[in-house]
Write a protein that binds this ligand. Sequence first.
Ligand code: XIL
Length: 552
Amino acid sequence: MLALLSLCLLLVSCMPGRGVETKAAAVSEAERWVSVEGGEDLTRHPSWQCVESVQVVDGRLVIEAGDGYVTPIHGDGPYLQVSGDFGLAATVQAATGDTAAIVACGVTPQGQWWQGVKRLDLGLETGQVSVHFWDGKSPEPAISRFYAARRLSDRTQLEVRRIDDTLVFYVDGQEVGRLEDPGVFPDDKVYLGANVAPGNTLTIERLTVQARSGQEGEVQIVDNTPKDAPVPSGSRLRELAKTRDLRIGAAVAPGALRCEPAYAGVLGREFDIVTTENALKFGPVHPERERYDFQDADAIVDFAEANGMLVRGHTLVWHNQNPKWLEEGEWTRDELVEVLREHITTVVSRYRGRIAAWDVVNEAIDEDGELRDTIWLRVIGPEYIEMAFRWAHEADPDAHLFYNDYACEGLSCKSNAIHVMVQDLLEQGVPIHGVGLQMHVAVNDPPRPQDVQANLERLGELGLQVQITEMDVRIRGEPTERTLAQQAEVYGDVLDVCLQAGNCSAFVLWGFTDRHSWVPDFFSGWGSALIFDESYAPKPAYDTLREVLAEG
Ligand code: XIL
């Protein structure tokens, strides 16, 4: 349509005597699309630092894919609320031949990356321009189109406009194709993101949101980033916990720490111990055999020290979030022993004296009470567990070393097996100081407090500390007054058991705000699991924790 229009204008301009008029018309055509207020360049928005897989480098967004596709989509905003035509223009850089796209997403995934999604990708794919549409029903695109572009360099402007019911695509200002809108934006929302193929990198230099001139009101930029958190009156959790000789804490997402002042504010205000949520897992911290990436962990440890907090390092040995080079390597036993030794020694030594406690081994026991089938067990054998503790102890003799697991908080076959295992480790002189009980629980099915108490007691009899390491209490669907009150009770009960036990030294939540929680991504239909809501307002569970701490 636009190309056709410009062609007409070009023809008209060749007609004698019409030049002046036509020039004016051409100008007004170009002016038909204008950037909307606040949408001149969305790459500048600080909240991109919150989006996983996006790095902000010199004001540009860099998305680097490792072994798999990465598809960061900014679900929190800034996103667009559109009631009419809109345009999105991105200046991108990718190596010639790379496969990478900008993403305009109408509905973000519900569960798996493709489930329920409405997503449009406009990108570069092996020297062509590609458009893909996912309709949420299958991992295969429902529509794929490839267009040849006249010139494709490593800096390209990719642009999509919705004009009435048609999506029109432009590369470097030239229309390359159009598609009848298959219903990408059913809620009139446009979430922004990118998609990058394995081994490729996309840099987004500029991201402009446009509307038709005079109709700017049809395109709004919604920015939900909370600026300030409400400050409840009364004592902070950490002040109250201190009077009870207990550390109270939360797992930390480094992106949020960097980009949301409210996140850092509440974290520093309320807690005095933090756990590295993902930053020190094997894959994130040791992505290539010869390369470590300590950036996120350093940021967390620095923040903790600046705010008088202790740090729990999570986790040295696990079966999840391992890098591909490790999981797919063909190792002899000796080689894998060396990989593990080198990893633990490097990571623990780096933070010697700065990380007070480590989850040395995570989730090594399965529901039947057997050792879980992992690369470590298969290649090294059950000794990997004691090896890990010994190497961690050598690297930092003052750190408290934990075995950490889930679904073992009360009395069960799994918690029995853990009890037997840690007793055995102690008998062999393995340096283990405690057991971490994760405590990811559902509001309607918490462990019985008396069972947790009994479990803590029997571990205490072995001389072991216990820490509640990852507590969250998930609610199905929208929370109600009733479920929020139940949630508060579950939190309060567990804290109470911890306070009553002589050997429970920390009470740590897996995050603290519903704005940043793993629950909705991992338990479809569940959420609201933490003690602050998405705007950082305290929930009833927060008050209950304060009450229980104050009761002493
Ligand atoms: C979760 C993180 O919270 C997510 O961000 C990540 O994608 C997957 O892992 N038990 C653990 C934690 O020990 O490491 C897990 O953390 C949650 C379950």
